[in-house]
Design a binder for this molecule. Structure first.
Ligand code: SF4
Length: 334
């Protein structure tokens, strides 16, 4: 069995601005083992990016209230001192942000931006050694080493995203968090960047948390999948379990799959999930999906919805009562 790298237990995040409280993440549990890729899937506003920033302990302290535990190799990131966090970020856990256009500093050469991460974590090195290391990292992401003296504006969108990934992997992190890494790219470039990330995963044996709303990316990239809605994990399973259409699923997961256009069926309409993601400042009581759920009944509108489990597959829905075993109070969900 592979080693447990990251374990999130009962994470709650609230953003407090004046009298307004946003319930962004509501009691999630996640485990990622060494070398594994977990897809975190959900619509905008589901709490995916807040979860990612919590793992890096990078939430804005003046507005966020965080409860729970985030163990990285057995040590709680939320209790780490600033000097421990500086060693962790970039070296052991790295993050690739969505937008390559705003993540690079336009006035520094790309080689300088990669070199900065290397010297920060590995100490000073000779100019020649630094150039060599930067060149090797660029080549790992498919960019010729000779381009390290160029500025970000000299790169296309896809190439900029490769540079961002080069910065993220410069110190060979054990956990890479990729937050919608291909959203800003067109489809062909998206495929190239994903292929490159696959190769990197195989070369570095890094674990990856892939945050996305795209089930196609999940299908081609992930080992396990967590479906997130209104700050909760509503379904969790292996890739095969989540993509097996004969299996039981959460109604929200069903909605996500039904919203994908089917090329074999002639239709003039898409089939989106009705309604909107709830406002985290005013979440519905009971099951948070009930205002949009085609199966909602009175019991769904109040009280706690339990998680039901069958092996590695979990569903947080009252309809799963006959399907799986109810999680005991306080037992880990994942
Ligand atoms: Fe739908 Fe009820 Fe299940 Fe929520 S608990 S997903 S409202 S059936």
């Amino acid at each position: 069995m592979s080693e447990e790298l990251l374990k999130i237990k009962g994470l709650n995040v609230r953003y407090v601005v004046g009298k307004e409280v946003s319930e962004a993440v509501n009691g999630i549990d996640i485990v990622i083992n060494q070398g594994e890729t977990l897809g975190l899937v959900g619509e905008t506003g589901a709490g995916k990016t807040t979860t990612a920033l919590s793992i890096m302990n990078m939430l804005p302290q003046y507005v966020s209230r965080v409860q729970g535990e985030i163990f990285y190799k057995g040590k709680d990131v939320l209790k780490m001192k600033e000097h421990e966090l500086r060693k962790l970020r970039g070296k052991q856990i790295s993050m690739v942000f969505q937008d390559p256009m705003t993540s690079l500093n336009p006035v520094y050469r790309v080689g300088e931006q990669i070199g900065e991460v290397l010297t920060l974590h590995e100490g000073k090195m000779s100019k020649g050694e630094l150039r060599k290391r930067v060149g090797e990292i660029l080549e790992l992401v498919g960019i010729p080493a000779s381009r390290q003296d160029e500025y970000p504006h000299q790169f296309s969108g896809g190439m900029k995203q490769r540079v961002i990934i080069a910065i993220a992997i410069a110190c060979r992190p054990e956990l890479l968090i990729a937050d919608e890494p291909t959203t800003a790219l067109d489809v062909t470039i998206q495929a190239q960047v994903l292929d490159m990330m696959q190769d990197l995963r195989n070369t570095l044996n890094s674990s990856i948390l892939m945050i996305t709303h795209d089930l196609g990316i999940v299908a081609s990239f992930c080992d396990n999948v967590a479906i997130m809605y209104a700050g909760e994990i509503v379904e969790y399973g292996t890739l095969d379990e989540i993509f097996d259409r004969t299996e039981k699923h959460h109604p929200y997961t069903e909605g996500l799959f039904n919203a994908i256009p089917n090329l074999n069926v002639k239709t003039d309409r898409l089939n989106p999930i009705q309604g909107m993601t709830p406002d985290p400042r005013d979440l519905p009581a009971g099951c948070k999906f009930h205002p949009r759920c085609p199966h909602a009944c009175d019991a769904c509108k109040s009280g706690q919805v339990p998680v039901y489990r069958r092996g590695t597959h979990q569903i947080k829905c009252l309809l799963a009562e006959e399907w799986g075993e109810k999680e005991c109070e306080g037992e880990e969900q994942v």
